[in-house]
Design a protein around this ligand. Structure first.
Ligand code: NDP
Length: 246
């Protein structure tokens, strides 16, 4: 069963793409869902409206993942409003492409701040609420398991960091009854990586199934890991990548 009735989830970057699909899926499973966004206030409101239409509570919080104060403020505000927090999904992320010599120091800082430091800070701030049955699901990338082509050094660095983060957190939080897992999406049709983009056919060629995934297919895996069926799963990497890393 994946029934999440009575649980509260926080999904970072829930206004669009994979995060929006995850927010809706967890609401479908019965959870009340808070989501963060950076700029897409209207889209975030639309996701909240859909959650509300399912009979669940939804809430959107503007919080730039690159800003540590915003991150800690978001967790506190959500825990305050919903009086609990059971599931944290670290989804918000930014892409980065370019040859190693073209990447600037500012780009390195920005990508690591959003993709690595923010998940760390979110987990840190959420920990006290998650103790005794909570779940953390991090969103990595198939590129963390197999860097199949050049141009992804910075992005791969940031997503590979989540492997150590997930395993270390699983070790540390296991005794507190919290599981921590990592989902690696493959090429997934979103604004970040459109299925009709310039490099879409190229990326498709690296998958075993020969197609892009959908945000809903990634959300299915998050739903599993957030649910009761995954109670003995922690420190795991789950590829939802059409065989990209196979
Ligand atoms: P999108 O670019 O489509 O959506 C990104 C989401 O994250 C939006 O909700 C956006 O909010 C939010 N976000 C981005 N930056 C910040 C920030 N600084 N602070 C707060 N929120 C932020 O991305 P995807 O849905 O494709 O990707 C989601 C996750 O999946 C990312 O971690 C990505 O790296 C990973 N992934 C994606 C793959 C793909 O092929 N699509 C493949 C492998 C991994 P707003 O709308 O306000 O900008």
């Amino acid at each position: 069963t994946t029934a999440l009735d009575g649980k509260v989830a926080l999904v970072t970057g829930g206004s669009r793409g994979i995060g929006a699909a995850v927010a809706l899926r967890l609401a479908e499973d019965g959870a009340d869902v808070a989501l963060t966004y950076q700029g897409s206030a209207e889209l975030a409101d639309e996701v909240v409206a859909k959650i509300t239409a399912m009979g669940r509570s939804g809430w959107a919080v503007r919080a730039d993942s690159a800003d540590p104060e915003a991150v800690c403020g978001a967790v506190a505000a959500v825990a305050d409003r919903f009086t609990r927090l059971d599931i944290l999904v670290n989804n918000a992320g930014v892409g980065a492409v370019g040859p190693i010599e073209a990447v600037t120091c500012d780009q390195i800082d920005r990508v690591l701040a959003v993709n690595v430091r923010a998940p760390y800070l979110y987990a840190q701030a959420a920990l006290r609420y998650l103790v005794g049955g909570g779940r953390i699901v991090n969103i990595g990338s198939c590129i963390a398991q197999r860097v199949a082509f050049p141009g992804g050094v910075l992005y791969a660095t940031s997503k590979a960091a989540l492997i150590g983060f997930t395993k270390g957190m699983a070790r540390e939080l296991g005794p507190h009854g919290v599981t921590v897992n990592l989902v690696h999406p493959g090429p997934t049709d979103t604004d970040m990586n459109p299925g009709d983009g310039d490099s879409a056919d190229f990326q498709r060629g690296f998958t075993a199934l020969g197609r892009y995934g959908t945000a809903a297919e990634v959300a299915d895996a998050v739903s599993y890991l957030a649910g009761e069926s995954a109670r003995y799963v922690t420190g795991a990497e789950l590829a939802v990548d059409g065989g990209f890393a196979a």
